[in-house]
Design a protein around this ligand. Structure first.
Ligand code: 13P
Length: 249
């Protein structure tokens, strides 16, 4: 059985006071909880990892640099992330692709660097509204998969998050058939590229306006193994029901 994962991306939200949400979340988790990951902003990683140490909740970063060290003011290396106690890193989020002009090749380079440091990567892909409306979503997904995911991807080092840009922070979500179509396509594409065991074991997350009231339906899709949650991951009381819905799926 594939591992299930509920991941929270806090984006540029929160201060040290917000970290109490991690212990609050632990108290609300069901006994059979799947993997739970919280990705706070970089300055909070170290304290977040300390707080999460005995909870079973894991901590991840939101980005890392493709180089291992050097003159890159403001950036964070993969080794620095490992040093905080975090085990995961999100790579290629659409907000970084858009605001920082990250290309598929940059994302693949970051993934290789993150793996070399021992991090598990959540590699994000997803179409914008124009692509969705002109009917070329699957072409773009194929291009992003080919360009952003290096050949050395495995179920141990990679999770893929499908996040349609038009669904992020908008309250709009694709229909269930649209989610199923893309996730099935991602799985099929992985199957043509990797061995069957690898292709079947890489967890596929859906992201974009996942909320307590829509999570259970999204998790009915066979190739949805969890969620990457933005706004609803900031409060334990919102995130816990999503984790519970995943545990029950
Ligand atoms: P929202 O859940 O706020 O739509 O954000 C999704 C996202 O971008 C997670 O990475």
């Amino acid at each position: 059985m594939r591992r299930k994962l509920a991941a929270g991306n806090w984006k540029m939200n929160g201060t040290s006071a917000t970290l109490t949400e991690i212990s609050a979340l632990q108290k609300l988790l069901p006994a059979n909880a799947p993997e739970v990951l919280i990705c706070p902003p970089a300055p909070l990683l170290f304290r977040a990892a300390q707080i999460a140490a005995n909870t079973g909740i894991r901590i991840g970063a939101q980005d890392c640099h493709a180089e291992t060290s050097g003159a890159y003011t403001g950036d964070t290396s993969a080794a620095m992330i490992v040093d905080t106690g975090a085990a995961h890193v999100i790579i290629g989020h659409s907000e970084r692709r858009t605001a920082h002009a990250e290309q598929d090749a940059d994302i693949a380079a970051k993934a290789r660097t993150a793996w070399a440091a021992g991090l598990n990567t959540i590699i994000c892909i997803g179409e914008d509204l124009e692509t969705r409306e002109n009917g070329t979503t699957l072409d773009l997904i194929a291009t992003q998969l080919a360009g952003s995911i290096p050949d050395a991807a495995s179920a141990e080092n990679t999770i893929i998050a499908y996040e349609p840009i038009w669904a992020i922070g908008t309250g709009k979500i694709p229909t269930l058939p649209q989610i199923i179509e893309v996730h099935d396509f991602i799985r099929a594409t992985l199957t043509t590229r990797f061995d069957a065991d690898t292709a079947n074991a890489i967890p596929l997350l859906y992201g974009g306006s996942v909320k307590p009231d829509n999570a259970a339906q999204i998790f009915t899709a066979e190739n949805v193994d969890g969620a990457l949650v933005g706004g609803a991951s900031l409060k334990a009381s919102d995130f816990a029901p999503i984790v519970t819905a995943l545990a029950q799926s």
